[in-house]
Design a protein around this ligand. Structure first.
Ligand SMILES: NC(=O)c1ccc[n+]([C@@H]2O[C@H](COP(=O)([O-])OP(=O)(O)OC[C@H]3O[C@@H](n4cnc5c(N)ncnc54)[C@H](OP(=O)(O)O)[C@@H]3O)[C@@H](O)[C@H]2O)c1
Length: 327
């Protein structure tokens, strides 16, 4: 065993706890970050159950994003140095004292922004850009429906679409309180899916050019119905199931595109392309405060079990974080 560090470890069905593991070694394109904050993602809960293993070569430790300070740089790293405050995306390893991030997946933390705020940004910004702006080719003046509108992803999607000039931002969420929050954040129409039928409401509003969905199940057919002519529907998860019976006829008649993506398994060059697009198109809005990290709760790393239980239970608005800093 080389140098050691603490990390959140998974041991069978035991509650998560901190344990000693080997500290990762910098590859040529990596920076080693002393982690202050790690973002929680729903994928972590799935990985913990053994159903979403890390891609080959990635850390076995959970955690797809972090913020902290660079303590070491790989031989090919340019433009980043020891002491830089950064946040970034990785394929694993964030729930730990130190983590590796490829230089192409790094963002410099703006002056005045805390590690916790910065740690809430990489995964949601990159996922929203990769799906709504890249895969679905959003154009200003289009209308967008976002399911899970107060999730980490949803709260960022609302803000990025506002900045990008969406005609109408529609969201679904599971309570009136969540719907009110989404409206305050910039949603034009917020639908409590527990008390209203989003398909009928979105159709009454003229339909959606783009639909971002993580629910799946019976939403697959309803999304096809709620989409406008030429609409694009992208799934980033299928929480209610991916095996469904669907009538595809409207797909053909409305010339729809039904697609889906993941972020984690992409090559680093593709993640760098996404990072660069965000820096060009949306980072100015982060610097100006037009796009804000939305944080629900910050837990210490030794309470990772409670943090994941919170995410599993739901009810949160925005991101749940693990951090050494509780404010
Ligand atoms: N493919 C990718 O690249 C990628 C990347 C990042 C995240 N994701 C996925 O995207 C989803 C959101 O991620 P996150 O980290 O933001 O997680 P999160 O905050 O836990 O969001 C999950 C959301 O799903 C909503 N939801 C559950 N059932 C719903 C329903 N029937 N209708 C509408 N909304 C419903 C929940 O809202 P209510 O509490 O209001 O029901 C909650 O806000 C997760 O499933 C995650 O795995 C995929």
């Amino acid at each position: 065993m080389g140098e050691t560090m603490w990390a959140v470890v998974v041991e069978d069905d035991q509650p998560l706890k901190l344990g000693d593991v080997t500290r990762p070694e910098c590859g040529p394109d990596d920076v080693l970050i002393e982690v202050q904050t790690a973002g929680l993602n729903r994928a972590d809960l799935v990985q913990r159950r053994g159903l979403y293993p890390p891609p080959p070569g990635a850390s076995e430790i959970m955690g797809l994003e972090c913020a902290g300070t660079i303590v070491e740089t790989g031989a090919n790293v340019t433009g980043w140095g020891v002491g830089d405050r950064v946040c970034g995306l990785m394929a694993g390893g964030g729930y730990a004292e130190y983590a590796l991030v490829d230089q192409g997946s790094l963002f410099r933390i703006p002056d005045g922004m805390s590690f916790n705020e910065a740690g809430a940004l990489p995964e949601v910004m990159m996922t929203v850009w990769a799906n709504i702006f890249d895969r679905c080719q959003f154009k200003p003046g289009e209308s967008v429906l976002i399911h899970g509108g107060t999730s980490g992803i949803g709260t960022m999607a609302i803000q990025m679409l506002k900045v990008a000039g969406a005609a109408r931002i529609m969201i679904t969420a599971g309570s009136d309180e969540k719907c009110a929050y989404a409206k305050q954040l910039g949603a034009d129409i917020a639908i409590n899916y527990k008390t209203a039928d989003f398909e009928a409401i979105v159709r009454d509003e003229g339909g959606a050019d783009i639909i971002l969905d993580m629910v799946g199940g019976d939403y697959v057919q309803k999304n096809i119905s709620a989409a406008k002519l030429g609409g694009r529907i992208v799934n980033i998860a299928y929480m209610q199931g991916s095996q469904v019976q669907v009538n595809l006829m409207p797909l053909m008649l409305k010339r729809l595109i039904l697609t889906g993506t993941t972020l984690r398994a992409r090559p680093n060059a593709d993640k760098q392309r996404i990072r660069d697009a965000i820096l060009a198109d949306f980072w100015p809005a982060v610097l100006s405060g037009a796009i804000k990290p939305i944080i629900d709760t910050v837990y210490p790393f030794d309470q990772a079990e409670a943090a994941q239980a919170h995410m599993a239970k739901g009810g949160h608005i925005g991101k749940i974080l693990l951090s050494r800093q509780q404010s």
